[in-house]
Write a protein that binds this ligand. Sequence first.
Ligand code: ADP
Ligand code: GN1
Ligand code: MG
Length: 377
Amino acid sequence: MHSSATKQGNNPENDLKEIFDRFVTEGTYLLGEPYGNGHIHDTFRIETIEKDKDDYIIQRLNTRIFKNIPELQNNIERVTVHLRNRLKAVSGSDPKRECLSLIPSREGKSWITDKSGNYWRMYIFISNHKTYNVVDSPGKAFEGGKAIGRFQAMLSDMPGDPLFDTIPFFHDIEKRLETFNLTISRDPVNRVGMVGNEINLVLERTEEMKVILKLGKEGKIPLRITHNDTKFNNILLDENDKALCVIDLDTVMPGYVHYDFGDAIRTATNTASEDEGDLAKVNMDIELFRAYSEGFLSETGKTLNQVEKEYLAFAPRLITYTIALRFLTDFIDGDNYFKIHHELHNLQRARAQLRLVRSMEEQYSDMQSIIRKLTQN
Ligand code: ADP
Ligand code: GN1
Ligand code: MG
């Protein structure tokens, strides 16, 4: 068993104070501890001594996954500057809590490198927030939908060149399937024999999954600025469970609206955890689907074209399938991408996500009629 933390070097906690001191901060370092449930970076919360000063988030960035940190950070700088300007124009808003704030290093950059070549960045810690891995009420799902909808709406007029593709072909299902097939034929750690059922479930669905890419190629749906990783724990709610801030901006880049809608539904409507071992517990809750869709469309409904709307109900099937495929690929590959917490973790995740795909298929006509109702003028 391993995690990416051990692959990148040991005990980053020892170095946190040194890292902290290389950024321009107000408070004084008190302590640092691992924080959150992200699958990609090593994330720490830094508490400062002064009670009236901000705490911070420090992240050691995953450079196996993100190959060009300066370009990635440049994306995040552009996105957060734009969001902050948009928020400032909204009366009653609190940009420091509603948008991530990068902390500059003493050299004036938004990241540093340490002596081992690791990249680190720092944000203000957004205090008194709530995050959910499983959503237990339509009210929270609605607020999540509003947060992502508003995020997309605010970024729709960001000036300048297209954002840098931090992970090329991130949601490209054709490329993901190519990688899957290659990994099966390499079978580097002899696991293909264990996952025949799961491979079949994937292969039975390949053709229908290509529809969003096809619509894009035909020019029927536009590329927009999308977040591309809208799982529910990347949305912070405030102490009253109202939409607060969208975080985890590493994959903000050009994409289709379906990617963000789909990934949020994958996580907001699942009655169980992403990695639930008891598949009987995994289901899509249609009331949570309705609520998230209402929140999302209340912010974006007017800007979407007819074809985008028509395929919204399909999006969760595509993204849940894509993530299942990625977990399964990583399992067959020997667990090189996602952090795992036990030996069969990626397989367990893939099984749970495939079960969720089935649940969505069973409820697809209800999903379609909800979207139709919400999008007819
Ligand atoms: P990963 O890509 O590994 O998921 P994230 O950027 O999502 O990394 O951060 C991991 C977790 O850290 C988040 O799920 C959230 O709980 C917490 N987090 C990240 N940034 C902040 C912030 N600025 N304020 C408060 N919590 C944060
Ligand atoms: C990763 O970064 P995090 O933990 O929010 C992954 C997503 C997956 C998700 C599955 C950059 O998200 O694409 O959907 O795990 N992020 C990246 O939980 O690959
Ligand atoms: Mg995250």
